[in-house]
Design a protein around this ligand. Sequence first.
Ligand code: ADP
Ligand code: MG
Length: 242
Amino acid sequence: MAKLDLKGVTKSFGDNTVCRGIDLSVNEGEMVCLIGASGSGKSTLLRCINLLEPIDDGRILLDGVDISEPGLNPQPIRARIGIVFQSFNLFPHMTAAENVMLAPRRVLGKSRDALDAPVKALFERFDLGQRMNHYPDQLSGGQQQRVAIIRALAMQPEIMLFDEITSALDPELVGEVLDVLRQLRTEGMTMILATHEMAFARELADKVCFLDAGRILEEGPPETLFSDPKEPRTRAFLKRVL
Ligand code: ADP
Ligand code: MG
């Protein structure tokens, strides 16, 4: 069974249909990359998966269970699916460690004491042990984004969603954030990334999906999709970005 299964996911804003019957299967431990022009629906799809947006039609199955049914309490499901955005959105008046502890304390009801050791271990695992008591403005953009990833991981999610998480960074800081994804990939995390980092997708994705006007126009293993795209629109997009 797939870890996550989207079946005919459809989402409109008014009369603008942004996701048009998306079918997507993600297996445990896979990394799936969503590529496509700005406005093709990548962010909306990730937000739908995390139940930040209700869908209009179709189904989203997590471990075979429909999580998209109207009326379902989204909170416990959101705790199982982490999401990281382009803008890190750390609280400026809290240290990195306090930012990371916030959701486990509020949502999972854990105490500071109980979180001390596991949070320290998370910072050390991602090479930020020396920075956990710094405030966001004392950290570089790359370090802040890594803290944002750690914050999502502190909820012990089963799946991680990443929406263009390197797009706001200075080029020299992109690598350290991609290294975190590389490490998570090695550790077997199930991940879906919307990304413009084509070389990274090519190197690490199990599957790449090209979104065009709310549809997955073409998908496949990176070596096929990047080297031998079938659809003229995929070819045109890749020609622009590669
Ligand atoms: P991408 O991430 O691929 O750039 P988005 O999912 O952000 O694409 O946007 C797809 C379309 O959905 C765009 O036309 C955008 O204007 C529209 N859209 C996204 N979010 C909203 C919203 N909250 N309200 C209305 N329209 C939205
Ligand atoms: Mg987007």
